[in-house]
Design a protein around this ligand. Sequence first.
Ligand code: DC
Length: 226
Amino acid sequence: MSVPVITVDGPSGVGKGTISHLLAQHFGWHFLDSGALYRLTALAAQRHGVDLADEAALVVVAAGLDVAFLPDEAGEVKVVLENQDVSREIRSEVAGNNASRVAVLPAVRAALLQRQRDFARPPGLVADGRDMGTTVFPQAALKLFLTASAEVRAQRRYKQLKEKGLSANLRGLIEEITLRDERDRTRSASPLKPADDAITLDTSDKSIEEVFAEALSHCGNSLVRR
Ligand code: DC
């Protein structure tokens, strides 16, 4: 039986995570945070003394990732790496940047491919990332690609980090986001770009509720098997 999949791709800080979560909740589907797998690969590598440019060693780390995504008491997802809660640690800007560095390496991406596809289980999956619609789930029933200016995304990220009690600097965030986008867009393996059949939603001047409503409006009846 083929499992229905909605892909939500776009650059960092565009609100993919929030919209994907809302869609998954709405339909009662599973959720894949593919960026977390790249963040975890970089973190596990650092913990095991593996250089973030050593592709062969990183493949071993990615293939052997000992990770669990568990629901916590607050209804959030707890990310456990090698029996340790790293939910907060993987959300830092440094972790995001390290993830973007290891994500450039084709063999690392290949090592994570099947693990991502395994998230597609009944009744359905919402997959959040950069190449969900182009590479990981090319047959997805609905492909969304979210965009927003770097300034808007940096401001949103700034707010998110502050709310989580993490340190943040707006000017630095704009620079980091621009740099990370550039790396994600220009890499040769599965670069960040909309699939040919993706629907692009510009979220710059919209609230979460507005973007969610727009996303839902694209979910036809064929997709909704509750
Ligand atoms: O979505 P995120 O910010 O957690 O992703 C962190 C980095 O991981 C991102 O800058 C690029 C990489 N990534 C990727 O290459 N492909 C994905 N499907 C998801 C993330």
